[in-house]
Design a protein around this ligand. Structure first.
Ligand code: NI
Length: 138
């Protein structure tokens, strides 16, 4: 079991009241849980600055499946990285949005530098209409 240590934090009243309002809206049950998440998030973001840090990422993209070359390139790229030592495609999700557009979520696991490199390659492919990458250091 994780050992807990209690700390005391001094905040001015206005700042604390704004913090309480925010975490209330977000659904937190306690200040401690909200502060723990803030600390974890900050530490994770700090680690993203290290290209060698281990991370996972979700690459979201919307594209027209009639761009057949893109579909082929996406599949090829994912198969290539299935067994790579430095980065892996661990999962993907495909949703047919309407008659033309598809949403694909590709989950990558590996070093930060490799993830950024592969994500940029995916998002810069011709035919990608919208794209976004969400990286979290693990
Ligand atoms: Ni589709």
């Amino acid at each position: 079991m994780t050992q807990l240590e209690r700390i005391g934090v001094s905040l001015d009243k206005k700042l604390l009241s704004m913090f309480d309002k925010l975490i209330g809206e977000q659904g937190y049950q306690s200040r401690s849980e909200a502060i723990r998440d803030l600390v974890r998030r900050q530490l994770s973001e700090e680690r993203l600055g290290d290209p060698q840090a281990k991370a996972v990422a979700a690459v979201f993209l919307v594209y027209d499946h009639h761009a057949t070359k893109l579909t082929k390139s996406l599949i090829e790229l994912q198969h290539t990285h299935m067994t790579s030592a430095t980065i892996q495609v661990i999962s993907s999700l495909h949703v047919h949005l309407d008659k033309h557009d598809c949403l694909e979520v590709i989950v990558l696991k590996g070093r930060v530098s490799e993830i950024n490199h592969v994500a940029e390659r995916i998002l810069s492919m011709k035919g990608v209409k919208l794209g976004r990458v969400n990286v979290v250091a693990t």
